[in-house]
Design a protein around this ligand. Structure first.
Ligand code: MN
Length: 207
């Protein structure tokens, strides 16, 4: 059974950048539904139910039932992506990258401002629903990308790349407060990022 990550902050704590009703709806309705639907789908393919979520997402082409595979792709992706999303947001914490991650960001993209520009552009250019990502590989390299729907780099690269930061650009992530202004939401999202957590993710991916 997969469980939503527990939040160590309140839904209202990200105000005024991310509003409390969006946070509550996002976590208790959307993320909860992805998690429940994933667990329900796994009951149909119990031989896959003991895998970790990342391994599961890399093995979807071996799930014989195509409808079940698609359900796990959508909802397993939704489960995984939102666990990442909610744990990298937090009031307080480091406001900017630091240490070896900051150095790698500068080496790869030219600096934090340049990285934000690239992620913002990917977020705005994503047509319809999806995500923008900062990902790492075992060598410690970084790259940015975007995915449709609830896909992610783990699924797309069969685990070669792991996201360490994800920007949810589904309308449910911002529409109550920002309406059609996705770029304004993305700009606000950077204000509630906790780079301590993103640095931990980077360290965990690197070998
Ligand atoms: Mn979402």
């Amino acid at each position: 059974m997969f469980k939503q990550v527990a939040l160590d902050y309140n839904f209202s704590d990200l105000e005024p950048f991310i509003d409390a009703l969006t946070m509550e709806t996002h976590y208790t309705k959307h993320h909860s539904a992805y998690t429940n639907n994933l667990n329900a789908a796994l009951e149909k393919v119990p031989e896959f139910s003991n895998l970790g979520i990342e391994e599961l997402l890399t093995k979807l082409d071996t799930v014989g039932d195509e409808a079940v595979s698609q359900t796990i792709r959508n909802n397993g992706g939704g489960f995984y992506n939102h666990n990442l999303y909610f744990t990298t947001m937090k009031p307080g914490g480091s406001k900017e990258p630091f240490g070896d991650l900051a150095a790698k960001i500068t080496e790869t993209f030219g600096g934090y401002d340049a990285l934000k520009e690239k992620l913002t552009a990917l977020s705005i250019q994503r047509f319809g629903s999806g995500w923008a990502w900062l990902s790492a590989n075992k060598a410690g390299d970084l790259k940015v990308s975007s995915s449709p729907n609830q896909d992610n780099p783990v699924f797309e690269t069969k685990g070669e790349w792991t996201p360490i930061l994800g920007i949810d650009v589904w309308e449910h992530a911002y529409y109550l407060k920002y309406k059609n202004l996705r770029g304004d939401y993305v700009k606000a999202f950077y204000e509630v990022l906790n780079w301590d957590e993103i640095a931990k993710n980077y360290t965990a991916v690197k070998e």
